[in-house]
Design a protein around this ligand. Structure first.
Ligand SMILES: Cc1cc2nc3c(=O)[nH]c(=O)nc-3n(C[C@H](O)[C@H](O)[C@H](O)COP(=O)(O)O)c2cc1C
Ligand SMILES: C=C(O[C@@H]1CC(C(=O)O)=C[C@@H](OP(=O)(O)O)[C@H]1O)C(=O)O
Length: 384
């Protein structure tokens, strides 16, 4: 499968085209919109999220609630565009240049993007670098998650750290409702309050905060991805999708970094004969569900570090790219922290990688065909 996204942060809309979905997949707008709404949430987001009420329009590839096998086009309107029509107009004229942004923000795409694409109004850079684009990837990911759910695979994201405050890392699938009920997506009420206080303080100080999110999937059949060639390894493909997300600066699978500190006997997950004498089971999951670039049937566990937002109200020193004089970095309207939202984005982009790996391994032009093949592979693994 493949997809492309297009659209600027303050342009009229975001567009995504997905190609390669099987036919007969039940798909409604209602399968996509709740995830878009979740991505907008989280304590610490800026005023833009009050303006937008993201919803997807399905413009092709679906009839009567089922995919046809043709490319699926998704459109999400930018409600804020009405305030930016002159500035974002594709027509020539003086108006679009009036609000030129020239004080490059350290940590954002501004300076290098300006040099690379020869822009002196850095708005031409930030409009596409902006994480507004993640709306389109979440819409695409929601479709991928729908496909996975038909195969009995689902996932969740939650926050384990925000701006110096740790939340409980332990997780049980029975606590899903608790995660969804928290606007910081944490399981620990005490930590949640301290995170909230930290965000309030950062906002007062004109500063920003980052954090760590964990994403888990369950129900994955063994053997997605492959060890036979580097670019087919699923851990690499997941890491690329995670690192390809705005502001993500670190990724870990299972107990990744901790593994470097302890002996192998404390790292690797011993294998035992499965329940009733069939199949296999493990009692630990340090591998995070991946061995040699393949799913091993255990839960997939991915952790990602988000840096603090680059736009600071207490500006960092920079240089004006037109006057070439020292300046304070531009103050754009911005989030103070967007860690829970990043978790939703990562849930979506990992969902895409998994759905893509499912289609690659099992193929099938229609969902019933795909289901038969997945079922056969699960049964084979059970009796291997
Ligand atoms: C959900 C989400 C919201 C974000 N909101 C902002 C924001 O309001 N202001 C900002 O400067 N950066 C924000 N970012 C991060 C920037 O888009 C990102 O730092 C920038 O594009 C530079 O890319 P890099 O951090 O990956 O190097 C956000 C990122 C995510 C994932
Ligand atoms: C629009 C979104 O996030 C934006 C991401 C972003 C950035 O620089 O990445 C900057 C801000 O844009 P604006 O100046 O329009 O408020 C965020 O609001 C969104 O998440 O939908």
């Amino acid at each position: 499968m493949r997809f492309l996204t297009a659209g600027e942060s303050h342009g009229p809309q975001l567009t995504a085209i997905i190609e390669g979905l099987p036919s007969q997949l039940p798909l409604l707008k209602a399968d996509i919109d709740p995830m878009l709404r979740k991505r907008q949430g989280g304590y610490g987001r800026g005023r833009r999220m009050v303006i937008e009420t993201d919803e997807a329009q399905i413009m092709s590839g679906v009839r009567a609630g089922r995919t046809t096998g043709a490319p699926v086009t998704l459109v999400i309107e930018n409600k804020d565009h009405r305030n930016w029509t002159e500035i974002m107009s594709p027509e020539e004229g003086g108006e679009p240049r009036k609000k030129a942004l020239t004080e490059a923000r350290p940590g954002h795409a501004d300076l290098t993007g300006g040099i690379k694409y020869r822009h002196k109004d850095l708005r031409d850079v930030l409009e596409r670098a902006s994480a507004r684009e993640t709306t389109a990837r979440v819409a695409v990911g929601a479709v991928a998650l729908k496909l996975l759910s038909e195969l009995g695979i689902d996932g969740v994201s939650y926050v384990t750290h925000l701006g110096g405050v740790d939340a409980l890392g332990t997780f049980g699938w029975d606590r899903l409702d608790e995660i969804e009920a928290s606007d910081l997506r944490v399981l620990d009420k005490d930590a949640e309050q301290r995170m909230r206080d930290g965000i309030d303080q950062a906002k007062k100080d004109g500063d920003t905060l980052g954090g760590i999110v964990e994403i888990r999937f369950r129900g994955l059949p063994p053997g997605l991805g492959s060890y036979v060639h580097w670019d087919r390894k699923l851990d690499g493909r997941i890491a690329a999708a995670v690192m390809g997300t705005q502001a993500i600066k670190g990724v870990e699978i299972g107990t990744g970094f901790e593994n470097a500190r302890v002996p192998g006997s404390k790292v690797h997950d011993a294998v035992y004969v499965g329940e009733g004498g069939h199949g296999y089971r493990r009692e630990t999951n340090g591998a995070g569900g991946l061995e040699a670039g393949m799913t091993n049937g255990e839960d997939l566990i991915v952790r990602a570090a988000m840096k603090p937002i680059a736009t600071l109200m207490k500006s960092l020193p920079t240089v004006d790219v037109v006057s070439h004089q020292p300046a304070d970095a531009a103050k754009e309207r911005s989030d103070t922290s967007a860690v829970p939202a990043a978790g939703i984005v990562l849930h979506a982009v990992i969902g895409w990688v998994l759905a893509d790996a499912v289609m690659e391994r099992f193929g099938g032009d229609s969902l019933p065909e795909l289901l038969e093949r997945v079922q056969a592979a699960r049964s084979y693994a059970q009796h291997y």
